[in-house]
Structures are given as C-alpha cells and as structure tokens.
Design a binder for this molecule. Structure first.
Ligand SMILES: Nc1ncnc2c1ncn2[C@@H]1O[C@H](COP(=O)(O)OP(=O)(O)OP(=O)(O)O)[C@@H](O)[C@H]1O
Length: 603
C-alpha cells in the first residue's frame, strides 16, 4: 500500500486550502511570531510602493524646479526607504526561522510517536520508504511553505491589492488597463492548481517508492550481491527514477506555462498603459511625474505578481505533503488500554497460559479467505515449555504474535495466570511476556543497550545475568565489552551471536512468560549447540511457547502442540505424537536428512 492519489476517487480529491488548514494546530503555538512576521513583511513590501510616490515628488518638484538640494533630499529619502525595506525583510526571516524549525521538529516527533504506536498490521501494509519520505521530504516541503510560501502569498497578495488601490487612485483609466489581465490569470491559476496538485502528489508518492527501493537495496545488499542481482536492482531504481523525473518535468512544464503567461500578460498591460499614458501626457491631461509614479508603482508590482506562480506551486507541494503526513497521523491506533483495572479478573497464580476459542484473521486478507487461526484451545502450565510445530504457513508465527498483542485476536480469549490479556494494560503485558523473533533484530547501539531494551531497569547486574543465561559471554570479549557498538541491525555479529543477544534481551526483564519464534533457525551445528544450551537455561526459568521446526528444538520442550491449517490438531509429548500422529511424524522426518536433526530425533 502506498496511499497514492491515483487510488482515490475523484470526488475525494482534496482542496489545497482545506489540506493546508490542517497545519493550523501545529502552527498555532507560534501564531504570534508568525502573524508578526507577516505584518513586518507586509510593511516592508508597502515600502516598495511608497518609493514611486517619493519619485513622483522628486520629478514634479525639485527636478522640475531645478532645485539640487531638493533632489539630494529626495535621494536620501529613497535611500532610507530602501534600507528600511531590506532591514524589515531581514527581521521577518529572523522572527520565523526559530519557531518554524520548531514546528517542523514537533511535526516530525509527532509522526515518529505515531509510527511507534500504530499497530503491526499498519506497518505490514506500508512500505517503509513511504513512511521515511513522509518524515523527511514532505516535512521539508512543509517548512519551505511555512517559512516562505505562506508569508509571501499573504504579503504579495496584500501588496498587489494595495498597489492596485494606489494605481486606481493615481490614474483610474490606466489602472483599469492594468487590471484587465486579472480575470484570465485567475482562470489560469485555477486550472494550474488542479493539474499541478495532482502532479505534486504523484511526485511525492514516487519519492516514497524510490526511498523504499533504496532502503531495501541497502538492507538487502548481501542478498543482492550474493545472487548477483545488482543489475536488476539498478534497473528497478532507474525505472522509478525515470518515472519521478517524468513527473517533475510535467510539473516544470506546467509551472513554465503559468509563469510565462503570468509574466507576459502584465507586461502587455503595462505596455498598453504606457502608450495611453504618453498620449495623456502629450494632451496635458497628465504630468510626466504622475506617469513616472504610475509606471514605477506598476513595475514595483511586477515581482509580487510574478511570484504568484511559484508560490502557488509551493502551496500545492505543501498541500500534497500535508495530505501524505495526515494519512499516517489519521491511521487508527490500537484500542486504548482498559480504563479501570478494578474490572480485571483476579489473577490465578500458577494457571499458566491459556488460549480458549482463539480465532485470527489478518485485516488485509480477502473476505472469502478462511481465518489464519480457528478455534485454538491450548493450555501451557506454569513452568512448562510447549513447542509449537506445524507445516510452513500453518499460522505458528501468527499465533505467537497474539500473546504480546502484536496482533489482536479476532475472537476468543488468551489469559496469563487467569488474566485476560485484552484487559491488561499493555505496559503490564509487555512486562509479563517477552518475545524473541525468528529474525533477531538488533539496533545501532551497544550490545548492552540492545539487551537492556528488554527491561525498564537498566542495571548492570541484570545485564550480566541475562548475558550469562543466554550464553552470550562472547560480549565480554568484544573490544569494549558490552559497550561495543554492534552496528546497524547487528550485522557485525554472527547469526548465533545475534540470536543469543536477542535471547538475553528476552530474559533480562525476568518475564513470567516467554515466546520464542524458532530460535535455532539457520544455525550451524556448533552455534546451534551453544544457543541450545542457552535455551535450556532460559526455559528452566519461565513458562514458554517455542515455535519449533526441527527435533532439536522440540526436545527442549515438555510437550508439543501440532498446528495444522490454523487449528491445534494434537497435543502431547514428542514421543507420543511421533507414534500417534502421522502429520507430526512426517514433519519431523522431513528433517531426517539433516545429521544434527537425525541425532536429535533418535534421542
Ligand atoms: N501480514 C499478513 N497479512 C496477511 N496474511 C498474512 C500476514 N502474515 C502472514 N500471513 C498469512 O498467514 C498464514 C500463516 O502465516 P505464519 O507466518 O503465521 O505461518 P508460519 O506457520 O509461521 O510459517 P513458517 O513456518 O513458514 O514461518 C500464511 O498463509 C501467510 O500467508
């Protein structure tokens, strides 16, 4: 899912103004400074309109009277006005720079907070590049709009209005000539807005797609190199890049046409006004000074008028960026924690983990597809280790994700020591249950910090205990011990080292319940023996559900549950199931060609 504009029906397409108004809650805290800056910029801009009036006074007064001291005085007045105008624009920039970078930082923090809280199902559906680009490129576009675009849309709009009032007051006939292009320009701007806003949204979505490809290629560089896929990736990148370039060219063409017309039409009008003005001067209906002042005012309006084109472009880019930002901010959060803990059932210490009639269906699954899990009844006694075995795609990972509520069961109940997990505050649930996933994800932090993510108490003795339990003593041999940075995703460590660090993280908070998704997957024999030893230690201390693919993992468990097409088909010891259940025997025998597994299975 990319949330692209093309997916929406035309009726739902936004209005630029309505989209931009959604920024108000973020701008509100700095509205004083913001409006002050607009006022300062408007004053500065008005100065540029006063300068022609001073010019008229110089031409009709001291120059006509051949009075040099008056000309000097007029020149000085012009200099003061010019310096004031420049100074005020500088003040405006200083007034908004700090508060607006603050707005950007707050919006970025809010987006990050939201992303952390959104459910796993949201992240399953959104490519990470789309989220990254919303937090970077889109917010940058919004800062440009807020710091520059919106101010000058207001300031230049007011300057144009004020300028035309002055022009009409000076010479209403010539003023009307200059006003003539307004109607075609408004129609043109309207057409431009519709076409440009669509192109802006497409371009920003394409930046998101491109970011996804770059991110995937960086993270998957080993696979790409291993399979010699760099040409294919380059091709995919080049295609997306060419598509983005095409959209940007389309935007540039639209802006080029608009800008050309916005510049040409007023020039034609000024030319016409000049001709008419000269006729009036020749007929003595107008002084030369009045014509100079009129034309100077008209020329002072050139920049505000010309700027409208690219200011509209900035506004449309910002509106598309706001829509994309809000798409994430509007995504629904998981249901809030239950309000009153008093309503929760009393705990039944020693009851273990129970699943009763549990059903689960992925939110994005087609409606006709059966639920991934159906009628799951399972009881893991306190202190017991239950292995979960099943064919690939039978729903093992999905089942484990329901216990820490990474996904919410669509029906049924899961209780931990008698307490329904749906009624437990998430924070308490996360303290009760620890998880180690099949792919042991580590973060760009020290080995110790990675382990201590599993607990609120960052105590060194807890860290050392967890490292010892998980047989992760190799950490002490790293150059700076547990303070050694393990690099992005822990790629500087071996698979077995990463898996043992992930185990240490799972046990550091002394959880009562432990969920492990295939912790021995893809390990060599030597490493597997190390991790297995670690697992035995770990499992002795908790109640655990362990997804197992091979007999060596199954043998760590007291009992085994067989998951078949989303249902629990059998529960028993490894030996019992091996003799009584054909599917289980087949699954286990599938490992027999593996020497390690074969040895384990015979034990
Ligand atoms: N995010 C998702 N959205 C929709 N369907 C999903 C999602 N994740 C998994 N599935 C589907 O749910 C089913 C069970 O997947 P799951 O990963 O739980 O199986 P598994 O038993 O753990 O498989 P394996 O042993 O290969 O890891 C599969 O058919 C899979 O296609």
């Amino acid at each position: 899912m990319t949330g692209t504009e093309e997916e929406k029906p035309a009726a739902q397409r936004r209005s630029t103004v309505r989209s931009l108004l959604r920024l108000w809650p973020y701008v509100r805290p700095v509205r004083g400074r913001f409006l002050g800056a607009v006022a300062v910029a408007t004053t500065a801009s008005a100065m540029s309109l006063v300068i022609p009036l001073a010019l008229k006074w110089i031409v009709d007064g001291p120059i006509a009277d051949k009075d040099p001291s008056g000309v000097w005085l007029g020149g000085l007045a012009l200099l003061v006005l010019g310096v004031l105008e420049a100074g005020l624009f500088g003040v405006r920039r200083m007034m908004v720079a700090g508060p607006l970078t603050g707005v950007e930082a707050r919006m970025r923090a809010a987006l990050y907070r939201r992303l952390q809280r959104l459910p796993v199902s949201f992240h399953d559906q959104w490519p990470s590049g789309q989220l990254l680009s919303r937090g970077t490129t889109d917010l940058m576009l919004l800062r440009i709009f807020l710091a520059f675009g919106v101010t000058f849309l207001v300031v230049n709009g007011l300057t144009i209005a004020l300028g035309f009032v002055i022009l009409l007051l000076q010479q209403w006939t010539l003023g009307l000539v200059l006003l003539a292009p307004v109607v075609p320009l408004v129609i043109l701007c309207r057409y431009f807005e519709v076409s440009y806003s669509r192109a802006a949204r497409t371009a920003q979505d394409q930046v998101g797609d491109l970011t996804t490809v770059v991110e995937e290629s960086v993270l998957g560089i080993r696979v790409i190199k291993g399979f010699g896929q760099h040409r294919g990736q380059e091709r995919a990148f080049a295609e997306l890049s060419a598509r983005l370039r095409g959209t940007e060219m389309h935007k540039a063409r639209l802006l080029g046409v608009l800008w050309g017309l916005i510049m040409a039409l007023p020039e034609v009008a000024i030319g016409a006004a000049l001709m008419l003005g000269m006729v009036q001067v020749a007929d003595d209906h107008l002084t030369a000074g009045a014509l100079v002042a009129f034309l100077s005012t008209a020329l002072a309006l050139r920049w505000p008028v010309e700027s409208i084109g690219f200011l509209l472009a900035i506004a449309n880019d910002a509106a598309a960026a706001t829509d994309r930002y809000m798409q994430v901010m509007d995504a629904p959060l998981p249901s809030p924690d239950p309000a009153a803990p008093a309503t929760a059932e009393p705990p039944l210490p020693g009851d273990g983990l129970r699943m009763t009639g549990v059903e689960f269906r992925y939110p994005d699954a087609p409606p006709e597809a059966p639920p991934v899990l159906r009628g799951i009844d399972l009881h893991i006694r306190t202190g017991e280790t239950m292995a979960l075995v099943g064919a690939t795609g039978s729903g093992k990972t999905t089942l484990t994700a329901l216990i820490p509520r990474l996904h919410e069961a669509t029906a049924g109940r899961i209780t931990l020591d008698g307490q329904d997990i749906a009624a437990l505050p998430r924070e308490r649930l996360r303290r009760l249950v620890s998880v180690a996933f099949e792919e042991p994800t580590l973060f760009s932090a020290s080995a110790g910090e990675n382990v201590l993510m599993g607990t609120d108490e960052a105590r060194e003795e807890e860290l050392l205990r967890a490292l010892a339990v998980a047989q992760a003593d190799f950490v002490h041999d790293l150059p700076e011990g547990h303070r050694t940075q393990v690099g992005e995703q822990g790629l500087s460590l071996s698979g077995g080292q990463r898996q043992r660090l992930a185990l240490a993280r799972a046990v550091v908070g002394r959880p009562r319940f432990l969920v492990l998704d295939d912790p021995l997957s893809a390990l060599d024999v030597h490493t597997e023996a190390l991790v297995e030893r670690a697992l035995r230690e770990v499992l002795a201390t908790t109640t655990a559900l362990v997804v197992a693919h091979r007999p060596s993992t199954v043998l760590l468990a007291d009992r085994v549950a067989l998951l078949s097409r989303g249902r629990i088909a059998a529960v028993g010891t490894h030996q019992e199931l091996l003799h009584s259940n054909r599917e289980y025997a087949r699954l286990m025998s599938g490992q027999e060609h593996h020497p390690q597994a074969e040895g384990d299975a015979r034990r």
